[in-house]
Design a binder for this molecule. Structure first.
Ligand code: ADE
Ligand code: ZN
Length: 319
């Protein structure tokens, strides 16, 4: 099996449909209206209905243990597909709204990471994310929470949500604070908005990675800039096709980005929503084994893990 590493996957977006049913049952909740299609998949047709579906599945989570179970379940399934490292996007907004303290939430995630390492040898880390459409003030509050209670598994700061809302510069105070304290920074950009969104992110924020960024392929000068500045794209082809950015994998710009020298990694984003997994992304990338191994090495190098962990992982995965 080709060793794999993942830098772009969302905790709540990784909840398998069966686990959503279990969580609702054990929390004594009815499943949220409209969560599933008649076939039992998550109901969504486009980006905004996906964000709605994402919010709906989140309502099945009630306790710190629930969040931990999602993390453990994901790490276990990724490890079975050959993953040696996963950086998980985790939003502290949802546990906070449930009255779960930041520390209790992190304890549950830490236990899940430790258990998955003990059982499967996989390494996990946390990227604390804010939600773009909730605005810059909330983003700043998320960073302040993260800085007030540092945790050895929290290695980065990021942002998902509706890319059409606000500008990257609006979030510069939050990003600067995280960056100045040594956290790696990434942002979703160039997914539903074009190359101008990626330009704004790399011009106005201290980011070394871009979530998605695939629309950069529409702008040769941007691809050249990403390559020169070694800004890594966290590419999620299955997600992009499922959300209708491209009609199919053949039309996806993955190969054009690689040909332009843009450093990138392969990721699943919100796997059960998009009928994909990390293993599927590697299998369907249309790339040879040497290139795929190189992508794993790029992911480890671009990860926000400490240097010793990166060295250990790079040794483990070999050439
Ligand atoms: N949150 C979870 N998945 C996302 C995506 N693909 N784009 C933006 N925000 C997200
Ligand atoms: Zn994402």
């Amino acid at each position: 099996m080709i060793p794999k590493a993942e830098l772009h996957v969302h905790l709540e977006g990784s909840i398998p449909t069966a686990l959503a049913r279990d969580l609702a049952r054990r929390n004594g909740l009815d499943l949220p209206d409209g969560l599933f299609t008649a076939d039992g998949f998550y109901a969504m047709t486009d980006f905004l209905s996906f964000l709605d579906a994402y919010d709906r599945v989140c309502t099945t989570l009630r306790t710190a243990r629930d969040f931990g179970d999602v993390m453990y379940g994901y790490l276990a399934s990724a490890a079975r597909e050959g993953a040696v490292y996963v950086e998980m996007f985790c939003s502290p907004e949802r546990p906070a709204a449930l009255g779960i303290s930041y520390g209790a939430w992190l304890d549950a995630l830490e236990q899940a990471i430790d258990r998955a390492r003990a059982e499967f040898g996989i390494e996990g880390r946390i990227i604390v994310v804010c939600i773009r459409h909730l605005g810059p003030e909330r983003a700043l509050a998320v960073v302040r929470t993260m800085l007030a209670e540092p945790h050895h598994y929290v290695v980065g700061f990021g942002m998902g949500g509706d890319e059409a809302k606000f500008r990257p510069a609006d979030f510069a105070p939050a990003y600067r604070l995280a960056h100045d304290k040594g956290y790696g920074c990434t942002i979703h950009a160039g997914e539903v908005v074009g190359p101008e969104s990626v330009w704004a992110a790399i011009d106005d924020l201290p980011v070394t990675r871009i979530g998605h960024g695939v629309r950069s392929a529409d702008d040769p000068r941007l691809m050249e800039t990403l390559a020169r500045r070694n800004i890594v794209l966290e590419v999620c082809p299955g997600s992009n096709v499922a959300l209708g950015l491209y009609p199919d994998r053949a039309a996806h710009p993955l190969h054009r980005l690689i040909a332009a020298g843009v450093p990138l990694t392969l990721n699943s984003d919100d796997p059960p929503f998009f009928h994909t997994t990390l293993g599927t992304e590697y299998a369907k990338a249309g790339l040879d084994e040497r290139t795929l191994r190189g992508i794993t090495r790029t992911a480890i190098a671009a990860s926000f893990a400490d240097a010793a962990t990166k060295t250990k992982l790079l040794e483990e995965i070999g050439p």
